[in-house]
Design a protein around this ligand. Structure first.
Ligand code: PRP
Length: 217
């Protein structure tokens, strides 16, 4: 039997995803050893392999077929725009991609002025401003602590993830516009979807049933 390889975005998402897999009978004991330095974990019996990767690399592994499947946030899927199938919304890690800034920036957004936008997600920001709002903006790519940018005058607004909203609140910023809702998704390599259809479809169906049960509970 050929291995089915699953790439998981490192962190909280991976742990939650493994809990879901366990509920459909897919266990990976090896992964529970927190001290292990291993990068890839195998369940020989089920012919499954799991590995943890940086979230932004998960779509790359899946597009090239190094992983048959992946679990990653919609933000990363949109930003990376790789060729893959997005097959299931796991409804976990829910948050929103938003345009945020000081309240005063709201006016500038309305009047389609040339503004500066700082973000870790330049593709998402570009798509939103250019293709949905038809507004020309200057995009500045940052790698973290994006909320700093409008505070220190690097940009007028930011495009960033808002979960609880506390980072914004504590820094005197507000949500100005919502770009899109986000959550964790299951993605599948396009060739694997055909070649391993039976096994992959069974897993997706199992996960769907669990999600349905949870919704009804
Ligand atoms: C994310 C995001 C916001 C924050 C939102 O940052 O970029 O800064 O979480 O969460 P909240 O609405 O619950 O406050 P993360 O902590 O991932 O780190 P980063 O600043 O390095 O991107």
């Amino acid at each position: 039997m050929r291995y089915i390889t699953v790439a998981l975005a490192k962190g909280r998402l991976a742990e939650k995803a493994m809990e879901l897999f366990e509920r459909i009978g897919i266990h990976c004991q090896e992964m529970k050893d927190k001290h292990s330095r291993k990068l890839i974990f195998v369940n020989e019996e089920l012919g499954m392999r799991f590995f943890l990767a940086k979230a932004s690399d998960v779509p790359t592994y899946v597009e090239y077929g190094a992983a048959d499947m992946g679990i990653v946030g919609k933000d990363t899927i949109l930003e990376e725009s790789r060729k893959l199938y997005e097959v299931l919304d796991l409804k976990m890690g829910r948050c929103r991609m938003c345009v945020c800034g000081p309240q005063e920036a709201k006016e500038r957004l309305k009047h389609h002025e040339l503004i500066r936008v700082a973000t870790k997600y330049p593709h998402i920001a570009k798509d939103y401003f250019y293709n949905k709002k038809y507004q020309t903006v200057e995009i500045i790519k940052l790698n973290g602590s994006i909320e700093l940018a409008p505070i220190v005058g690097l940009s007028d607004v930011i495009v960033d993830i808002v979960e609880t909203g506390s980072t914004l609140r504590e820094n005197g910023l507000v949500v100005l516009e919502e770009v899109c809702p986000l959550s964790a998704r299951v993605v599948v390599n396009q060739v694997s979807m055909k070649r391993e259809n039976e096994r992959i479809a069974k897993m997706i169906k199992g996960l769907q049933e669990i999600l349905r049960e949870e919704e009804q509970a």
